[in-house]
Design a binder for this molecule. Structure first.
Ligand SMILES: O=C(O)[C@H](O)[C@@H](O)[C@H](O)[C@H](O)CO
Ligand SMILES: [Mg+2]
Length: 394
């Protein structure tokens, strides 16, 4: 059996940054086996590029020499070794990226895309929702105009954060601005398009409840991360005051953490991220966990084209899929080019890519040419997690 012989973290960057500062770089992980097989994974960048890069090197020590065809056993072994895996985003994303690469390798060895190794797809094309489309939108008119373009491209659902620079508390002016933006989008797209409201986990419960009451009439399909990530009591309080669907999950880093939210009834639409939940190995378990509790899945998919390819593989096997998040049309060109164009969005859907392993072909030459030394990201007044140019009142 092939052994894991090399694990290389690679940071990619380019002067063209795209709609999101958090994703202006891509962290790729390349795994090579003793018999020369190569697999790729992707880790989460945000403000932790250097930490994640270094953690991949540390985590690699636990994977080198292990059998490449055993991602489950290797994950369990790393869980045993790393006392802090359940508390460390860096370790979780490193483990996830390596795990993805192992599934890629198995798929290539067997000549099958990952979905076939997991029981087969339940759909040939994945319905997606648009994110990243509202860069520099500030006024309701800006949002309306850009939303129309999204719909023209064929999307049937779109997500946005209408809260500008409001943080923790929202006052009457903030509520009014958010309402006007949402109203403008609803009027621009009509009744049959799903509107998804992103809060980026930044409000206290009282403010989030005021927001829910104010926006309810525009019929949002879900309210994402309405309160701060760790504010469990706030979420319970929110849940008591609104019947709107709650979506969350992009910051969950283990199966059992996901199990908590699902079993407590604190989430309606779960958004696991295959780049930090534990790769394909844990991702597939989270799908079943949610299915058992009548919770839908909408994978968080905000980083790069390799994450996007894995998300398509898993979305294809998910019976309880709502929609897959998608930035593809708002990626900078270089990011699209890392993967050949098998993941284009057409009419609000992406065809499930059929190549062995990850499903798509990777442009290895481009990866080599985009490689940079990891460095710190600047911290600006506009937080890294918002879509660029939207941290403004009007
Ligand atoms: O739902 C999403 O797509 C996310 O919330 C992104 O918008 C985040 O800002 C990013 O993942 C931060 O790292
Ligand atoms: Mg989000």
């Amino acid at each position: 059996m092939a052994k894991i012989s090399e694990i290389e973290p690679i940071v990619l960057a380019h002067s063209e940054k795209g709609s999101a500062t958090w994703a202006s770089v891509m962290i790729v992980v390349k795994v090579i086996t003793s018999d020369g097989q190569v697999g790729y994974g992707e880790a989460v960048p945000t403000l932790r590029v250097i930490n994640v890069y270094n953690t991949i090197k540390q985590v690699s020590k636990g994977y080198i020499g292990k059998e490449a065809e055993k991602p489950e056993e290797n994950y369990q072994e790393w869980y045993k070794q790393d006392f802090y895996l359940a508390r460390s985003f860096e370790s979780a994303t490193a483990t996830s990226a390596i795990d993805q690469a192992l599934w890629d390798i198995i798929g290539k060895e067997l000549g099958a895309p990952i979905y076939k190794l997991l029981g087969g797809k339940v759909r040939d094309k994945i319905p997606v929702y648009a994110n990243g489309w509202y860069q520099d939108a500030v006024t309701p008119e800006d949002f309306a105009e850009k939303a129309k373009d999204v719909i023209k491209k064929g999307y049937k659902a779109l997500k946005f954060d209408p809260f500008g620079p409001y943080y923790n508390w929202i006052d009457e002016k903030g509520l009014k601005e958010a309402e006007e933006r949402v109203k403008a989008v609803r009027e621009a797209v009509g009744d049959e398009i799903d509107i998804l409201i992103e809060h980026h986990g930044r409000f206290n419960a009282n403010s989030a409840i005021l927001i829910a009451k104010r926006l309810e009439k525009y019929n949002p399909m879900f309210m994402e991360e309405p309160v701060h990530h760790e504010d469990i009591e706030g979420l319970r309080k929110y849940k008591q005051h609104t019947s709107l669907n709650i979506a969350l999950g992009e910051r969950l880093i283990s199966l059992k953490e996901a199990a908590f939210y699902v079993s407590e009834g604190l989430v309606n639409i779960l958004q696991p991220d295959l780049c930090n939940i534990g790769g394909i190995t844990v991702g597939r378990k989270v799908i079943s966990l949610a299915e058992a509790f009548d919770v839908e899945i909408a994978f968080h998919n905000a980083f790069g084209s390799i994450q996007n390819a894995y998300s398509l593989q898993l979305a294809s096997i998910t019976p309880n899929l709502y929609l897959l998040e998608n930035f593809y049309d708002w990626f900078p060109q270089w990011k699209r080019d890392v993967v050949y164009d098998e993941t284009k969005v057409e009419d609000g859907h992406v065809k499930v890519p059929e190549k062995p392993g990850i499903g798509v072909s990777i442009n290895e030459k481009l990866i080599e040419s985009l490689k940079v030394e990891p460095k710190e990201l600047e911290v600006l007044e506009e937080p890294v997690w918002v879509v660029k140019g939207t941290w403004k009142k009007y």
